[in-house]
Design a protein around this ligand. Structure first.
Ligand code: PRP
Ligand code: MG
Length: 176
């Protein structure tokens, strides 16, 4: 396996019983605290995008931790970065989608003009848990007219089977 992925995996912080008993929290910020490992992570993410979707036209990042990876990847690939934000933060003409949280629902929004019909979109986030956030982002991008070519995350929590909720190509760098 890739030596960089091993280094990334070993850097991810693990906190049992956070934010509540029984949950094992995986902390991506400990990777960002080490510039060389952060650089490795960005390089591996970029390689995944170039392998699966070399003609990507838009990088979408999910508020907030998806912004950490989406913005440098968009710059590296030379394509626009488009944010998906929680309700009430974005101005202008918006598209909305409802998504499911552990308790209740929330709303994701994106600016409709930022994605043109048929453009190839890669959606980036830090982590896939239940898949609710990523699925909602896929639905939002699709409703605007974009084509979701890849859903890409740093960490996948495999036990939660979030991948099964997605009907688009999916890649994760590290799996727990
Ligand atoms: C976390 C994480 C993912 C999402 C994964 O974000 O960053 O975006 O949850 O969970 P899911 O697969 O069950 O939807 P959170 O909503 O906590 O907000 P943050 O990124 O702003 O910290
Ligand atoms: Mg998030």
């Amino acid at each position: 396996a890739d030596e960089r992925v091993k280094r990334i995996s070993e850097k991810i912080g693990t906190y049992p019983d956070f934010p509540k008993p029984g949950i094992v929290f995986r902390d991506i910020f400990s990777v960002l605290a080490d510039p060389s490992v952060f650089q490795d992570l960005l390089a591996v993410l970029e390689e995944q995008i170039r392998a699966v979707c070399p003609d990507v036209e838009i990088i979408v990042g999910l508020e907030s931790r998806g912004f950490l990876f989406g913005t440098p990847l968009a710059l590296a690939l030379g394509v626009p970065f488009v944010p998906v934000r929680k309700k009430g933060k974005l101005p202008g003409e918006l598209k909305q989608v409802l998504y499911t949280l552990e308790y209740g629902t929330d709303v994701f929004e994106a600016q409709a003009k930022c994605i043109k019909l048929g453009q190839k979109v890669v959606i980036v986030d830090d982590l896939l848990a239940t898949g609710g956030s990523m699925k909602a982002a896929c639905d939002l991008v699709t409703s605007i007219g974009g084509t979701v070519s890849l859903c890409l995350v740093c960490i996948e929590l495999e036990d939660l089977k979030g991948r099964e909720t997605l009907d688009k190509p999916f890649k994760a760098i590290v799996k727990f």
